[in-house]
Write a protein that binds this ligand. Structure first.
Ligand SMILES: Cc1cc2nc3c(=O)[nH]c(=O)nc-3n(C[C@H](O)[C@H](O)[C@H](O)COP(=O)(O)OP(=O)(O)OC[C@H]3O[C@@H](n4cnc5c(N)ncnc54)[C@H](O)[C@@H]3O)c2cc1C
Length: 496
């Protein structure tokens, strides 16, 4: 198994720069021949795992290898909203993510301005009468529900986790790409051509190096966009309904999330750049192409959403990678060919709290103190949707509707049909009225990205209303539902 090296050039802000700094640099050290535990990836997941391994077992040799710099991936380009559960909702055996997250940060003495005042779900229907938010973005937007959540400073969390790992004796190697993993009696990583043997390894490389993690073809890498405003006055923040500094995200489309950051800057995010191969991330420049278009669109939306934002300056524009796996469920599993290698990631843009919570869990699993969570085990061993045979059957099955599928949209079609048939795993039945719409409203509609970018107002013209409900009630992208408003559904795809 080999991994193609990300040719990341440290210091070159290809994806743009967010408004925080990462205050950590590893010391130059010689590569070890052997360690007890090797962690690949210096984002929230890998750093937490490395810190937690040494926190739990101070005598074990722990090394973390990051191909670029700490926070070079999603974690350094995130939005920093700490949310509960997963992008697919709560999963069997998951536990309380936010309580675990806070507890781990406390235990590791990581200071990252964590506050958990709650998070606001905003939408265009079912707005609370006393909604503090009254904005306009493809219709009037207001608060529909408050849920547990809050924010962190991502720069401080990365620096704090790296310092926690380092102080406890984990050795962090930056500019140290894992080029290859061979699965002998023990896993052996090749770093700069040098083999490093480990008793056990964690692959926390998220949207990159998908061959190394075994996720190539099984999860979709994307780039998603964000902007930060110049500082606003306290009065402007209050008039926007954000005086309590609660982060927010829309529960219908088009998707928008946001939060207040230091100095009363607002951060907003939305949009996905779709990629055929994770290597496109390595050359992608947010000043060009689709990423630049999405940033311009986001800027336009922000300015038109509220009078207080009409003339606000934007100080930062950036994007970052996310990885979306089947059903939007995080991947947490043992490597198919080696029990001592764990793969963790693919949080589908919902990984700030989850990466820390599951990173510590992975450390405990590597130490043999804890099993992998129930959902993760079920997910990878029992789901017929994931077996080659299952896929084939669904593709060809008479009357299944899959024969109409555009092969590129096939996976999404399968998932969408699962919704249509009322069988989302672990969530009970969906209303039957969804079925005719899901099937009739064209194969192209069933592809996730058509929904993601779809405009709710446009969909309404076709007699449909879209409900993303993400990361809310249904949480999972494939459960995005097109609901027929008592009419025949159109066969015309949205967004065209
Ligand atoms: C714009 C944006 C906004 C977001 N907003 C939120 C939010 O508000 N709330 C939320 O919950 N989630 C959010 N997310 C998602 C969240 O940031 C991620 O889920 C989380 O940071 C993932 O952490 P990670 O450590 O698993 O991955 P990453 O941070 O991507 O870390 C993986 C690391 O592995 C390294 N690597 C890759 N290949 C190799 C190799 N071969 N050898 C060595 N190192 C390698 C990379 O350089 C990278 O540093 C957002 C993401 C983006 C991009």
């Amino acid at each position: 198994m080999g991994a193609i090296l990300p040719p990341n050039s440290p210091g070159i802000p290809r994806w743009g720069l967010p408004p925080w700094t990462i205050d950590f640099h590893s010391e130059q050290q010689g590569l070890p021949e052997e360690v007890d535990f090797a962690v690949v990836g210096g984002g929230f997941t890998g750093l937490t795992a490395a810190a937690w391994l040494r926190h739990s077992e101070p005598s074990k040799r722990v090394a973390l290898f990051e191909c670029s710099r700490i926070g070079a991936g999603s974690s350094g380009h995130t939005g920093g909203m700490a949310l509960s559960e997963t992008a697919a909702g709560s999963l069997p055996g998951l536990g309380d993510v936010l309580a675990g997250f806070s507890g781990i940060l406390r235990e590791l003495a990581v200071q990252c301005d964590l506050t958990l005042p709650g998070a606001l779900e905003v939408g265009r229907q079912g707005v609370m009468p006393d909604s503090p938010i009254t904005w306009n973005d493809s219709g009037a937007l207001g608060v529909t529900r408050e849920v547990p959540g809050g924010t962190i400073d991502p720069g401080k969390m990365l620096s704090g986790l790296a310092q926690a790992a380092s102080k406890r004796g984990a050795v962090i190697f930056e500019n140290a790409p894992a080029e290859h993993l061979s699965l002998e009696e023990f896993p052996v990583l090749t770093i700069h051509g040098t083999p490093v043997r480990a008793r056990s390894a964690l692959l926390a490389t998220n949207a990159e190096s998908l061959e190394l993690s075994g996720l190539a073809g099984r999860a979709q890498p994307k780039l998603t966009m964000a902007v930060a405003t110049e500082p606003l006055s306290t009065e402007q923040i209050a008039s926007l309904g954000l005086a309590q500094r609660k982060p927010f995200y829309t529960v219908d489309l088009p998707y928008l999330w946001g939060r207040v950051f230091h100095e009363n800057r607002l951060i907003f995010g939305s949009g996905l750049v779709h990629l055929n191969d994770w290597r496109e991330l390595l050359t992608l420049d947010v000043a060009e192409g689709r990423a630049a278009e999405l940033l311009a669109d986001l800027e336009r939306r922000v300015r038109h959403s509220h009078p207080a934002l009409r003339t606000v300056g934007l100080s930062h524009r950036w994007g970052g990678p996310i990885l979306i796996a089947d059903n939007w469920e995080p991947v947490f599993r043992r490597h198919a060919e080696h029990r001592n290698v764990i793969v963790l990631g693919a949080y589908s843009g919902h990984g700030v709290a989850l990466s820390v919570y599951l990173g510590a869990w992975a450390a405990e699993a590597m130490l043999g103190k804890r099993d992998l969570p129930q959902w993760a085990v079920l997910h990878w061993t029992h789901s017929p949707l994931r077996s080659a045979e299952g896929r084939q059957r669904r593709r060809a099955g008479p009357g299944s509707g899959y024969e109409r599928a555009d092969p590129r949209g096939y996976e999404d079609e399968v998932n969408f049909q699962a919704v249509a048939q009322g069988s989302p795993p672990g969530k009970g039945r969906e209303p039957d009225r969804l079925a005719p719409c899901c099937i009739a409203s064209s194969v192209r509609c069933a592809r996730r990205h058509d929904f993601y970018d779809a405009d709710a107002a446009l969909a309404a013209q076709y007699g449909l209303s879209l409900s993303a409900r993400w990361p809310s009630v249904y949480r999972s992208w494939w459960r995005i539902q097109a609901i027929v408003n008592g009419k025949e559904s159109s066969s015309r795809p949205f967004g065209t």
